[in-house]
Every structure is written in C-alpha cells, then in structure tokens.
Write a new protein. Structure first.
Length: 121
C-alpha cells in the first residue's frame, strides 16, 4: 500500500470521523403514544439547555446541529470538534464494509498476529 509522507497531504493531518449510531423511532413496533414520547424526547434533547448539555457532556456526542451552542468539556471531543471545524477529517468507512467483513478481518488479523509473534521468538 503506498504511503504519502508529505506533511501537507490532507490525510496525514486528518482524523477519520463518522456516525457510530443513529437515533430512530420505530414506526411498526411502537404505539402512537410511544412514538410521540420519542419525538418529545428528541425535541428536549436537541432544543433545551438541559438536553443539549446532556447530549454533549454526559453522552459525549459531538454537536452536529447549528442550534447546539454548548461546547464539549472533555479533551477528546474538543479535539475532534476542532478537526471537524478545520476541515481536517476523512470519511469513516467502517459503515460501508459488507456484512461478512468483520469475521474475515478477524481471521486475517489472527493470522498476522500469529506470524508476527512467531517471528519475534
């Protein structure tokens, strides 16, 4: 695999970021009351001061909506947010792997680990 050592190359100063999970409301397995409650929760979470603080500083999510003005308190979230604002990010490709990718990768990683540990002896 070719590696670019040029410090000005975007990939050498960027971090990979992506969405690790999504909030959803199940329309087929929930009652109208449950859906309404879920939407009320989302409204509270993303529009109230208490909700946005919980979203950013208790759940440790990076603010992705313009209305969230609260800045993260933890260093990791601050660093990720600064990189996002500076445009120093790469797409997180983990969500694009085929369904059988992780078992295959585990097998490959195990083989590589065994080869490396045998080589060290």
């Amino acid at each position: 695999m070719p590696v670019n050592n040029d410090e000005s190359f975007k990939g050498n100063n960027a971090i990979s970021v992506g969405v690790p999970m999504y909030f959803t409301v199940d329309a087929s397995q929930s009652s109208p009351e449950q859906r309404e409650g879920a939407l009320d929760f989302f409204n509270w979470l993303f529009t109230s001061q208490e909700g946005t603080d919980a979203y950013v500083n208790k759940m440790h999510f990076i603010p992705v909506y313009d209305n969230i003005e609260i800045e993260p308190h933890d260093k990791l979230s601050q660093t990720i947010l600064a990189k996002m604002r500076a445009g120093e990010t790469l797409n997180w490709v983990n969500m694009y792997y085929p369904g059988d990718a992780f078992p295959s990768m585990a097998h490959l990683c195990r083989n590589i680990w065994q080869a490396l540990s045998t080589k060290r002896r």
